[in-house]
Design a protein around this ligand. Structure first.
Ligand SMILES: NC(=O)c1ccc[n+]([C@@H]2O[C@H](COP(=O)([O-])OP(=O)(O)OC[C@H]3O[C@@H](n4cnc5c(N)ncnc54)[C@H](OP(=O)(O)O)[C@@H]3O)[C@@H](O)[C@H]2O)c1
Length: 277
């Protein structure tokens, strides 16, 4: 099993000599202090991009700044806010563009699920899950479009999930992730004339230290092995670093021909959870 903190090395034997070409790009990533968002921010900073990110917890943003050399050279801009508050999100987009003199890309990464199964989840759980995943994505892109247009175009990446088309509980999450995939494809057509590309990336179950699958692997290894045998043809979940590389590729000019796509990064995973489909 590969090291959770590193992910697998890029395939193809090129290693560090291959650069995705995002140096100098100005990118905003929501939800950048943990999990996938943190790995996207770190990779972008390593590759020489200027990165703005947000989360609700100010102390986590401060810790990120301390740990990233990019902060020293003014390439990292952070703000504590809740992305489901429209005015806060819109002013963060404007402040990021002001700080960097424009924007070349945005990543809607903050997401998640509230509530449990159909009979336990109430209307507020459904509304909150949709606001976080779909509502924040639509507002983020809307706020960023004038800046991307001014830059002559840009790249938008929407973080969805294989739960968007591989059914299983909880339905409020899967349906919201499905809507994000449709949103990316629709906006790609609407914004294409402005040179703005829009794509979705759909991770499989990610092995994130301390999170669901990592805990299951440590606390209930038999159940994890059964899940892996049944649902993970690649033998193990993807690491967030592996997903981050695909996101950075989509932000780079190397992916100039891709728009309106949904890229699964799941090693051919079957069901998104042991609850299956
Ligand atoms: N984990 C998986 O296996 C998996 C699989 C497929 C798809 N995904 C998708 O991948 C994305 C990232 O998931 P993850 O598991 O890596 O996330 P995570 O570990 O839960 O991290 C979420 C990040 O977003 C921030 N965030 C959450 N709610 C926020 C809000 N309302 N306003 C501002 N920031 C907020 C968090 O910081 P604060 O808590 O401080 O706000 C944190 O930085 C999500 O869209 C998720 O649906 C995850």
């Amino acid at each position: 099993m590969s090291d959770v903190s590193e992910g697998r090395a890029p395939a193809g034997g090129h290693g560090d000599r291959v650069r995705p070409g995002v140096s100098g790009k100005r990118v905003l990533v929501t939800g950048g202090t943990r999990g996938l968002g943190e790995q996207i921010v770190r990779l972008l900073a390593d590759e020489g991009a200027r990165v703005a990110t947000c989360a609700r917890t100010a102390s986590d943003l401060e810790a990120l700044e301390v740990s990233l050399a990019a902060a020293e050279s003014g390439r990292l801009f952070t703000e504590a806010l809740d992305v489901t508050e429209p005015e806060r999100l819109e002013s963060f987009v404007a402040a990021s563009a002001t700080r960097f003199g424009g924007l070349d890309g945005v990543v809607a990464c903050a997401g998640g699920s509230r509530g449990r199964g159909l009979e336990q989840a109430d209307a507020d759980d459904w509304a909150a899950t949709w606001q976080l995943n779909v509502g924040h994505t639509a507002r983020l892109v809307r706020a960023a479009v004038p800046f991307l247009r001014t830059a002559g175009g840009g790249s938008v990446v929407v973080i969805s999930s294989i739960s968007g088309w591989k059914p299983g509980p909880n339905a409020q999450y899967g349906t919201a992730k499905s809507a994000q995939i449709h949103l990316a494809a629709s906006l790609a057509r609407e914004l294409g004339p402005d040179g703005i590309r829009v794509n979705a990336v759909s991770p499989g179950s990610m092995l994130i230290p301390g999170r669901r699958w990592d805990r299951m692997r440590r606390e209930d290894p038999e159940a994890f092995a059964a899940f892996a045998a049944a649902e993970l043809p690649g033998g193990e979940p993807v690491a967030p670093q592996e997903v981050a590389r695909v996101v950075v590729f989509l932000l780079s000019d190397w992916s100039s021909g891709i728009s309106g796509a949904n890229l699964p990064v799941d090693r051919a995973q079957n069901a998104p959870s042991p609850d299956g489909y």
